[in-house]
Design a protein around this ligand. Structure first.
Ligand code: UDX
Ligand code: ADP
Length: 458
């Protein structure tokens, strides 16, 4: 069969994999190939055990794989044979040199650009899918035009707004698809090619086009605004704990104002994930670069409040449990940065686990999907850490449970049974406010939610 379009994606991670699977599902007339330098990852994409857990993803991959969705390690062939190249390689925070700790590390991006230049034999549309600092397209264009080989490259920004855990739903029914392009004839032609792909399933009014710099910047700003909401509600949760106000009631009252809205107002142990912190720091670095120090400070405070919230959680545990955690056994319920994913990147659980170990607590970590990542995150941490997928086993003999991830399964556990098996007095620190606090208190637990009055028997 002759395919209408041939699409390549470089980078088979949390963004590239699900995005391409959905394009392949929605557009059977296109051939979609995903390549990665990591052969284990590609082998997993080609197996029954996909490298990432995402609700609904398995079924889509089963339906499309080897029909019009292919996973391969042959990057050179992929570049040669495809006209549209999405790039979704990782862009972590730079850990060295100028901008260390803030700027994006673009080494994987630049390497990819050079590979595209080396292997291309015909015109390509290069699509930025990874989140990148504004003006990256310019650097990319410079690399791609460095040899004057006569091949035309157009760089388009098409940031991905999917959230992990709901990636498939977000891709199938996005609030908007954003395509930023140069306003030249070639740029506009490239833009239209991309619009055509999404128009297969996204209503026209939700596909928006902007200039390439607005495309790049909007992704950073969207994440900064979302993270800001979480830090705002978390900051107020600290005040609630001092004043006997209840953060859920405050969030409901505030969120019912249609100008504010009710989403992203759940107080928590703090936000995690691969995007929020990285993107805000990236924004901070950009503002500093342009001499906008006040703007940089403003956004940096969103990250600072997030760190404060995590530290507050630990100090609360320490203070409540008689100022010593040494030798006490504590179960962490959840390690993923949010429910419905196995991803632990920047998860507050990492910070919490390390801080508890510093206090010489013994840890038992349980999570339905993230134990493998948890083990790798804590491999260098010193202290006594055990892992089990079974929450009952995790809690047995513990002095305290800390809810770190809002997995649904934790809402419906038999807490009477858990209470009986714990050391007394038994403590629950609900870092996600997902449990029925009054009921737990009546069972005998001492209960410490976020931003709500604590319920204690002493
Ligand atoms: C985010 C953006 O939502 C997405 O659009 C972008 O493409 C990538 O970054 P993601 O990091 O996958 O997605 O998850 P998200 O649902 O945004 O949650 C981020 C963190 O904030 C999680 O740790 C979550 O638990 C926390 N959070 C979210 C809260 O603590 N409270 C809330 O009310 C909402
Ligand atoms: P994201 O959450 O942004 O998708 P991931 O780390 O999950 O990030 O995925 C990025 C993927 O990109 C990884 O699987 C990594 O191996 C891959 N990658 C990095 N550099 C290259 C490259 N030069 N060529 C191909 N794949 C690459």
């Amino acid at each position: 069969m002759e395919f209408e379009k041939k699409i390549l994606c470089i980078g088979a991670g949390y963004v590239g994999g699900p995005t391409m699977a959905v394009i392949a599902l929605m557009c059977p007339q296109y051939k979609v190939t995903v390549v990665d330098i990591n052969p284990t990852r590609i082998a997993e994409w080609n197996s029954d055990h996909l490298p990432i857990f995402e609700p609904g993803l398995d079924e889509i991959v089963k339906k499309t794989r080897d029909r019009n969705l292919f996973f391969s390690t042959d990057i050179a062939k992929g570049i040669r044979e495809n006209d549209i190249i999405f790039v979704s390689v990782n862009t972590p925070t730079k850990e060295f040199g100028i901008g260390a700790g803030q700027a994006a590390d673009l080494q994987y991006w630049e390497k990819t650009a050079r590979q595209i230049l080396e292997f291309s034999e015909s015109a390509k549309i290069v699509v930025e899918k990874s989140t990148l600092p504004v003006k990256t397209a310019e650097a990319m264009e410079r690399i791609l035009s460095s040899t004057n080989n006569g091949i035309k490259f157009d760089v388009v920004s098409n940031p991905e707004f999917l959230a992990e855990g709901t990636a498939i739903a977000d891709l199938v029914d996005p609030d908007r698809v954003l395509i930023g392009s140069r306003e030249t004839a070639n740029g506009l032609q490239a833009r239209d090619e991309l619009v055509e792909i999404y128009a297969n399933w996204v209503p026209g009014e939700r596909i928006i086009t902007t200039n390439v710099w607005s495309g790049e910047l909007s992704k950073l700003v969207a994440n900064a605004f979302l993270a800001q909401r979480v830090s705002s509600i978390n900051a107020i949760s600290a005040l609630c704990e001092k004043t006997d106000a209840d953060i859920s009631e405050v969030a409901m009252a505030v969120g019912m104002d249609s100008r504010i809205g009710d989403k992203f107002l759940n107080a928590s142990v703090g936000f995690g994930g691969s995007c929020f912190k990285k993107d805000i720091l990236n924004l901070v670095y950009l503002c500093q670069h342009y001499g906008l120090h006040e703007v940089a400070d403003y956004w940096e405070s969103v990250v600072k409040i997030n760190e404060y919230q995590q530290e507050r959680f630990i100090l609360n545990m320490l203070g409540t449990m008689f100022n010593t955690l040494s030798g006490k056994r504590i179960a962490l319920f959840g390690f993923a940065f949010k429910a419905n994913t196995g991803d632990t990147r920047e998860s507050p659980a990492i910070f919490i686990a390390k801080r508890l170990l510093e206090e010489k607590a013994e840890l038992v970590i349980t999570d339905p999907k993230a134990l493998k990542n948890a083990m790798s995150d804590l491999q260098d941490a010193r202290g006594n850490v055990n892992y089990t997928a079974d929450p009952y086993e995790a809690a047995a003999g513990c002095h305290a449970i800390a809810i770190v991830t809002e997995w649904d399964l934790y809402r419906n556990l038999d807490f009477e049974k858990i209470y009986r098996a714990m050391a007394k007095p038994a403590f629950i620190f609900d870092g996600r406010n997902i449990l029925e606090h009054k009921r737990l208190f009546e069972m005998g637990f001492n209960v410490f939610p976020v931003g709500k009055p604590s319920l204690k028997h002493f």
